[in-house]
Ligand binder design. Sequence first.
Ligand SMILES: [Zn+2]
Length: 252
Amino acid sequence: MVNEYAIDGSYHITPGSGNHYSDEFRGAYGDYFLMSGSDFNVKYGLPNGADVRIKNGQVGYYVKSTGWSGFEVYDKYGDITQMMSLTLVNTFVEVGQNGGKVDPYNFYFFGQDREEEAYNFMLNQQKLWKKELMAYGVRDENGKKGVLVVPWFENGEDYSHPYVDKYGGVTNYTNPKQDIYYDVLFEIHTHPGFIYRPSVEDFEIAKKYLQMNISHFILGDHAYMKTEVYKTRSEQEIINNYYLLNGEVSLF
Ligand SMILES: [Zn+2]
């Protein structure tokens, strides 16, 4: 029994449909036919509820990701009044291309009690991909906090694609059945292969965050560092500063 329907040139087959494919399919394609949907998603590290389809002979699923259509608008004090606007794009992500484990198109959420695990995840992935990884310390509408690692497929060695909207929030689009909106409390990103010190761009970003009460951190291999930017009351002067946070630190 095969159920299928066409969406955007992709089609959908109920996994575990009982067809006896054994030798003619390999890897993700064969597994897709043979395994139940939840087993498949676990094996390939897919988000819960990922709607796996076949398109052009490839197993994959659609993710919503953000694209830039933003620009910055400054008022007379040099403060940002509009930071960015985001557009949604649908991307078909093939399964199994990255060793079947971790997918740079996904969001990964770690509850506050798994904060350290989140940072270790980021450091490990940065080594594999030789790119910055970025996460936000977030709080959902029920007050639950955690670290949301955002997709890094567009990141570079010294650049992270931003996901904060102009209201200081971020949307997790990974589960196609339910977007989750969070308030952002802080941002943290890695610096692969170089020093912990903030770059010029980091200070600029921290300056923008200042107005949304978002703290800015850099995650080094053995230390956290806070980028601190603040204004004096009498003048519209921006002070750049940074300091190391030593030991086991929770950023919440
Ligand atoms: Zn940086």
